[in-house]
Design a binder for this molecule. Structure first.
Ligand SMILES: CC(=O)SCCNC(=O)CCNC(=O)[C@H](O)C(C)(C)COP(=O)(O)OP(=O)(O)OC[C@H]1O[C@@H](n2cnc3c(N)ncnc32)[C@H](O)[C@@H]1OP(=O)(O)O
Ligand SMILES: O=C([O-])CC(=O)C(=O)O
Length: 371
């Protein structure tokens, strides 16, 4: 038995939710470029959960459900008020989503119908939790969700306490479409491993949030912004990046396990980043990002992944760095829950083997004889 480090190239599940073939990403057979140009996030979530694009009635019903379920229990808000103000937002989200299960009478109902309802509820409640958390960190009271708004619009509304302008809503909605699912990425795999023991959907999503938090996965978007802030201005890009490359440090937002010729989502986020800069009359953040890309791609052949330009997009939307990875979770919870539903439908516990590389033939030594 020989281990494959990082399970590279191992096919660990059969799935009909999303695919990556020759660098082309599709959700249920729809090219991501087509969806990014035309679909709303709610349409994409429906597509991931139910395998088809919704008709108008189905979409209206989902929008109504998302709106109806968006409030979170008062007890959870009270609990979140006790979290330290300098909390890691992803750690707080992980705790809050885990706690959410305690207030759901259906948490351990394993019927398909109950799990579909919980998937929609989680999708509806994650933005509310994150917006509340963001406000509590700043000593502000949470803003309750407003009926009739899309996921993107409601999130920005709850974050800021005022109706967001259309440009921001459209940009965030498109970013949510682009992040919604990605085959067997680390957080989705974590979710599937957890629920394959027939544990509940909240446990699966809590595991996924823990995996997404890491800087080699979803946490990279915050690390990218930290790097851009450290660089500070375009004239400092070259020495900063060169030093990192010389030291063999990783440049966050670059490289990918599956895409070796570029991430198809990055071009959409790059365009969005440029357009938002132009609209604000300040493209400096965008230009700095392009310069980083030129150097890293030029020297290492590494291309930007989905996390690279999302950092400058969110910053230009006026969103603080600590919310970037939680926003990723707002989108990806649609994919996680779709995968969880799929895992339950055709379940077998996920239990691979390890290649043992430790000592052998050891003999027990009484404690008083040990050095
Ligand atoms: C939503 C997402 O999760 S997208 C990914 C977000 N993560 C990041 O942006 C973090 C930075 N990138 C990385 O750490 C990696 O590219 C990962 C984690 C995305 C993929 O990891 P792996 O598939 O294991 O890539 P792997 O380590 O085999 O990379 C191949 C080579 O490129 C190098 N490399 C990969 N990414 C980078 C990077 N961002 N900066 C510098 N060098 C890199 C590796 O050091 C390795 O070099 P070596 O062959 O000399 O050892
Ligand atoms: O697929 C991966 O390994 C990481 C990624 O891009 C994602 O989760 O969107």
């Amino acid at each position: 038995m020989t281990a494959t480090k990082g399970l590279e190239g191992i096919v660990a599940a059969a799935s009909s939710i999303s695919s990556i073939v020759d660098g082309v990403l599709t959700y249920r057979g729809y090219n991501i470029d087509d969806l990014a140009a035309n679909a709303s996030f709610e349409e994409v979530a429906f597509l991931l959960w139910f395998g088809k694009l919704p008709n108008q009635d189905e979409l209206s019903r989902l929008q109504q459900d998302l709106s109806d379920y968006a409030a979170i229990p008062d007890a959870l808000i009270e609990q979140m008020k006790l979290y330290p103000k300098d909390m890691s937002t992803m750690a707080a989200l992980r705790s809050a989503v885990s706690a959410l299960a305690l207030y759901d009478a259906e948490a351990d109902d394993m019927s398909r119908e109950a799990n579909e309802r919980k998937a929609i509820r989680l999708q509806a409640q994650l933005p509310t939790i994150i917006a509340a958390m963001a406000r509590l960190r700043k000593g502000q009271e949470p803003v309750a969700p407003k009926a009739g708004l899309s996921v993107a619009e409601n999130f920005l509304y709850m974050l800021r306490g005022e109706t967001p302008e259309e440009t921001s809503v459209k940009a965030l909605d498109q970013a949510l479409v682009l992040h919604a699912d990605h085959e067997l990425n680390a957080s989705t795999f974590a979710a599937r491993v957890t629920v394959a023991t027939l544990s509940d959907i909240y446990s699966g999503v809590t595991s996924a949030i823990g995996a997404l938090k890491g800087p080699l996965h979803g946490g990279a978007n915050e690390a990218v912004m930290k790097m851009l802030n450290e660089i500070g201005s375009i004239d400092k890009v070259e020495p900063y990046i060169q030093e990192k490359l010389d030291n063999k440090d990783k440049i966050m937002g670059f490289g990918h396990r599956v895409y070796k010729n570029g991430d198809p989502r990055a071009k959409h986020l790059q365009k969005m980043s440029r357009e938002l800069g132009e609209m604000k009359g300040d493209t400096s953040l965008y230009e700095m990002s392009v310069k980083v890309e030129d150097i890293v791609t030029g020297q290492k052949g590494l291309k930007p992944n989905v996390d690279f330009y999302s950092a400058s997009v969110y910053t230009q939307l006026g969103i603080e760095q600590e919310l970037f990875t939680p926003i990723f979770a707002i989108s990806r919870v649609s994919g996680w829950t779709a995968h969880i539903l799929e895992q339950y439908e055709n379940n077998r516990i996920i239990r691979p083997r390890a290649e043992y590389v430790g000592q052998t033939d050891q003999k027990y030594v009484p404690i008083e004889q040990r050095s």
